[in-house]
Design a protein around this ligand. Structure first.
Ligand code: GDP
Ligand code: IMO
Ligand code: MG
Length: 420
């Protein structure tokens, strides 16, 4: 009953597009982790939608969209997103927010900036959306949940937190937060969001009993996972498969297909190791051809070749059942394509990905080379329509990862997809 879409590299693999496709025959689309650090772009009828919080599945009108308990929510951003959808003619009364999801408040955003500054030359390059500090509060047990937000406890909880956070902020010379100002603004947001907040865990359980199809929609990606990613250059949640259960309340036994999304090349935003990064001309060319600029922060994305050592790791830690490869059109514009098939570390060949920073910073990629120049593949609607060079590349990825490629992206629009 439950399928899952996950990022298999460092994010921005085009998860939104695959989710949009798969949610077409689902009753529920569920975000289970992260917050508005995510940016999922979908193009429908020439119109671009960028989702940060609301599950992208909401574009399919029969879908009930859920923000699970594992998500951290900036209410201001969420309300903007709701308004934007309404302005574009979408009904948003099919949105449900978990009563157990945590709030992102202005002090989280201020602390995120402060923490980045004091990291000096060890910056993570966060999105500065308050994600890390909001999850810290959740685990330290001073976070404010959506059920508290809409109750009369909110003022008291907020006052205590602001008092404590201001001690830290002022000690480092950062702007302190004014309780009255925040309270007056945020109690209005609470009123707006109140109708959407409910027990989504029970709701999803009921859906499972009714045999209704659920799609869990990953944000971020495997190598940004707090446990399995390139720590500390990661986000503060579990975007890997375990996050589905802890972030929704869906038992692991209900999970069926797990799709790992990648691009035919790779990208990363923010700091941290990146074995197949291309720092010169070819990397710049991929960035321009693929329009690789952040959906959320507009930062230029670092670009490189596809890394099957990292991809095998994503298959392993998530139990991926299928792969989805986007941007085959983009990579096909190059005359030569390289695919990383192993690493060289300390004079020996290494076939496994390890998250140790010394390892990742000192690995050299071992490449196989493929002919590019695929020509215009925008009219290819079936796998058989693709040029043989493109098929060779795809099939080698399948062979190396021992995982079937089910979806192939041939352009940014909703219909630019080959389903096998
Ligand atoms: P997400 O965060 O994983 O959902 O990915 P983003 O939306 O941040 O970045 C993916 C970008 O690639 C978006 O601008 C998409 O419109 C675009 N995109 C997705 N699939 C394809 C594809 O197959 N070809 C091309 N050219 N663009 C694509
Ligand atoms: P989607 O869902 C790419 C990166 C940030 C930074 C690190 C930590 O669009 O794939 P954070 O603000 O989470 O504390 O930042 O994680 N990051 C992403 N990179 N795509 C994303 O989401 C990301 N979400 C966070 O750039 O390096
Ligand atoms: Mg993105």
């Amino acid at each position: 009953m439950v399928d899952v879409v996950l990022g298999a590299f460092y994010g921005d693999e085009g998860k939104g597009k695959i989710i949009d496709y798969l949610s077409g025959n689902c009753k529920y689309a569920v975000r289970f982790s992260g917050g508005n650090n995510a940016g999922h772009t979908i193009e429908v009828d020439g119109k671009k939608f960028a989702f940060h919080l609301i599950p992208s599945g909401i574009l399919n009108k029969n879908v009930k969209a859920i923000l699970g308990n594992g998500v951290v929510i900036d209410p201001k951003v969420l309300i903007e997103e709701i308004d934007n959808l309404k302005e574009n003619g979408y009904k948003v009364d099919n949105l449900y927010i978990s009563d157990k999801a945590h709030l992102i408040l202005p002090y989280h955003i201020e602390l995120d900036k402060m923490l980045e500054d004091i990291r000096e030359d060890k910056k993570i390059g966060t999105t500065k959306r308050g994600i890390g500090p909001a999850y810290s509060d959740k685990f330290e047990r001073s976070g404010i949940r959506m059920e508290d937000f809409i109750s009369d406890k909110f003022a008291d909880y907020l006052k205590t937190n602001i008092k404590n956070k201001n001690i830290i902020l002022s000690a480092y010379g950062y702007n302190t937060i004014d309780f009255d100002e925040v309270y007056n603004e945020y109690k209005k947001y609470a009123e707006i969001l109140k109708p959407y907040i409910c027990d989504t865990t029970t709701m999803l359980h009921q859906a499972i009993l009714n045999k209704e199809k659920i799609l869990c929609e990953g944000a971020q990606a495997t190598l940004l996972d707090i446990d399995f990613g390139s720590y500390p250059y990661v986000t503060s949640s579990n975007p890997t498969i375990g996050g589905v259960s802890t972030g929704t309340g869906i038992g692991a036994k209900y999970i069926n297909d797990v799709y790992g999304v990648i691009k035919a090349y790779s990208s990363r935003v923010g700091e941290g190791p990146y074995v197949t990064e291309l720092k010169g001309e070819v990397g710049d060319k991929i960035r321009e051809l693929g329009h690789e600029y952040g959906t959320t922060t507009k930062r230029p994305r670092r670009c490189g070749w596809l890394d099957t050592v990292a991809l095998k790791y994503a298959v392993m830690v998530n139990g991926l059942t299928h792969l989805a490869i986007n941007h085959l059109d983009t990579i096909g514009k190059l005359d030569k394509i390289k695919l990383c098939v192993a690493y060289e570390y300390d004079g020996r060949k290494e076939e496994y990905f390890h998250t140790n920073l010394d390892f990742l910073n000192n690995c050299k990629p071992i490449y196989e080379e493929f002919p590019g120049d695929f020509g215009d593949i925008s009219n290819c609607k079936k796998y058989e329509d693709l040029p043989s060079n493109a098929k060779k590349y795809i099939e080698r990825i399948e062979e190396l990862t021992n995982t079937k490629v089910k979806f192939i992206g041939t352009g940014p629009a909703r219909d630019d997809i080959i389903v096998r």
